[in-house]
Write a protein that binds this ligand. Structure first.
Ligand code: OAD
Length: 224
């Protein structure tokens, strides 16, 4: 497997259009827990249950307490060096970000053109008359917002390089995006301390954390 830094030292000038797929690992160094990491996401509840329509209907007070605590935790967190590096790279390359994260940290770091595949914690919606108000996030088994999905798929099929950062690659359809890019002729690379379900599809990897790796990657890509 090619080392991503070696590839960029050699070939960075040919990568003009960069698509990025991020997951929970992108925000780990901002202090936000990943879904499948060790330590329990929230008071040992299963994240799959916390983000389900059933939980909201059955335990609205508990689930709203969870959203409130998560919002407070994120509001008091800051984008990390990885978020900042991706935002700064946009001055040098076309950068489109498709994120599974609902924390809004890419936007707070200054990135524009962020496609939030699983919605956002920062707006609310009323599902139907009489139902409990809920955040604008995608619960398990729900469809993705069509606009974000189409924009993300378009970005993946019209780029030279995909950076897959901090996702275990097990939740579909988001996990199908790198394969779309491969079929369109892009180079796909994984930035993750560990191997994932997507590793076999990768042309290059960098086994490092997002906040360590992305500043160096962005510096190599920002050249002429
Ligand atoms: P996961 O928790 O499944 O995976 C996090 C990934 O980040 C793992 O592969 C870790 O190895 C990696 N990781 C941990 N720390 C890292 C760091 N500092 N830098 C880089 N990588 C790091 O999270 P997701 O793949 O994002 O969906 O999960 C996908 C979806 O599953 C979520 O969006 C959510 C969840 O169910 C919904 O809520 C609909």
């Amino acid at each position: 497997m090619t080392d991503l830094l070696d590839l960029l030292r050699r070939d960075a000038p040919r990568f003009r259009r960069i698509a990025v797929l991020t997951g929970a690992g992108m925000s780990a160094e901002s202090g936000i827990p990943t879904f499948r990491g060790t330590g329990g996401f929230w008071r040992d509840y299963d994240p799959q249950w916390l983000f389900s329509p059933e939980a909201l209907a059955e335990e609205p007070v508990l689930i709203w307490t969870f959203y409130d605590e998560l919002r407070t935790r994120i509001a008091t967190a800051a984008p990390n060096a990885g978020h900042v590096a991706l935002a700064a790279l946009a001055a040098h390359r076309e950068v489109r970000i498709a994120t599974q994260n609902i924390d809004g940290l890419h936007g707070r770091a200054g990135s524009t053109g962020v496609h939030e595949l699983h919605g956002t914690l920062w707006t609310l919606r009323c599902p139907e008359c009489g139902a409990v108000l809920r955040p604008d996030v995608v619960f398990y088994s729900e469809a993705l917002p069509a606009d974000a999905w189409h924009a993300a798929a378009t970005a993946m099929t019209a780029c030279d390089l995909v950076l897959v950062v901090g996702t275990s690659g097990v939740v579909y359809p988001a996990a199908a995006l790198p394969a779309l890019a491969v079929r369109s002729g892009a180079v796909v690379a994984e930035i993750n301390p560990d191997a994932t379900a997507l590793t076999p599809q990768m042309h290059a990897v960098l086994r490092a954390s997002a906040a360590e790796a992305l500043p160096e990657i962005a510096a190599l890509l920002a050249g002429p």
